[in-house]
Design a protein around this ligand. Structure first.
Ligand SMILES: Nc1ncnc2c1ncn2[C@@H]1O[C@H](COP(=O)(O)OP(=O)(O)OP(=O)(O)O)[C@@H](O)[C@H]1O
Ligand SMILES: [Mg+2]
Length: 240
């Protein structure tokens, strides 16, 4: 039976690159109304988890359920319309296209014109700074503004669950704070969030629950508050 409070349920997931195991027996849940974070060092396997959820990689074993529906054998094109979207690492945009055109690309798989229009307005409400940039080439924006466009573009797919891969890497502290604030607002608007971060401090601050990933294994899971107070987390990830 599907538990109605669980939006994303990853069960005993293992993934290999060729014959090299990268993820081993991963169990992660995202509940309705939550920001859930996965923190971990370089190369721990964070991006691999997100790529597998979105159908870019096939698991060697395990299951992934989105609102109770198995998705681990589906392609990205099938998964996005089910309500799941990825903001990949690297904030890649269509540089020579305008901001508005980039946002419209996010809705490419949709035909509900009214819904698209509503989500366009909603995306701009999350990122009001983008309103005056709609006609600018995306490549001319600052790194922080480009990250806002990438998140806004993902919202244009009309997701119920959003995966974010290191959205604040390389950004100035003030911009990190504004992206963090919007992630909380996105959660409050009814989109559940799975957030992968090396910035553990920010991630834990805005999350409800979190997982610590080391060498492809979940070594610890707890409420964000318990993670923040955990001495080994403080030492390894929070620099305390
Ligand atoms: N295409 C690939 N082929 C083979 N090995 C890969 C490939 N992509 C990643 N890996 C390896 O898999 C492991 C996990 O990589 P992954 O990118 O998931 O880590 P990550 O936690 O996202 O790291 P980062 O914080 O640097 O983004 C690493 O050891 C990496 O070298
Ligand atoms: Mg990564």
């Amino acid at each position: 039976m599907h538990n109605a409070t669980t939006s994303l349920d990853i069960h005993n997931l293992s993934v290999s690159y060729g014959r090299v195991p990268v993820l081993t027996d991963i169990n992660i849940k995202v509940l309705r109304g939550q920001v859930v974070t996965i923190i971990g060092a370089n190369g721990a396997g964070k991006s691999t988890i997100l790529k597998t959820i979105t159908g870019l990689l096939q698991p060697t074993s395990g299951s992934i359920r989105l609102f109770g529906q198995p998705i681990e054998r589906l392609e990205p094109d099938q998964i996005v319309p089910m309500g799941l979207t990825l903001v990949p690492e690297g904030r890649r945009l269509f540089d020579v296209m305008t901001v508005q055109e980039n946002l419209e690309m996010g809705a490419y798989s949709r035909v509900d014109t009214d819904g698209i229009k509503k989500d366009f307005e909603r995306a701009l409400a999350f990122f009001p700074d983008l309103k005056e940039k709609l006609k600018s080439q995306a490549g001319s924006l600052s790194g922080g503004q480009q990250q806002m466009v990438v998140v806004a573009r993902a919202l244009m797919a009309g997701p119920k669950v959003m995966l974010l891969d290191e959205p604040t890497i390389g950004l100035a502290p003030a911009v990190v704070q504004s992206i963090a604030r919007v992630i909380s607002e996105i959660r409050d608007s009814g989109v559940d969030v799975l957030l992968v971060e090396q910035n553990a401090e920010m991630a834990i601050e805005i999350s409800d629950y979190g997982y610590v990933l080391e060498q492809g294994r979940v070594v610890l899971e707890a409420s964000a508050r318990d993670l923040a107070n955990n001495p080994s987390v403080q030492k390894a990830y929070l620099g305390i």
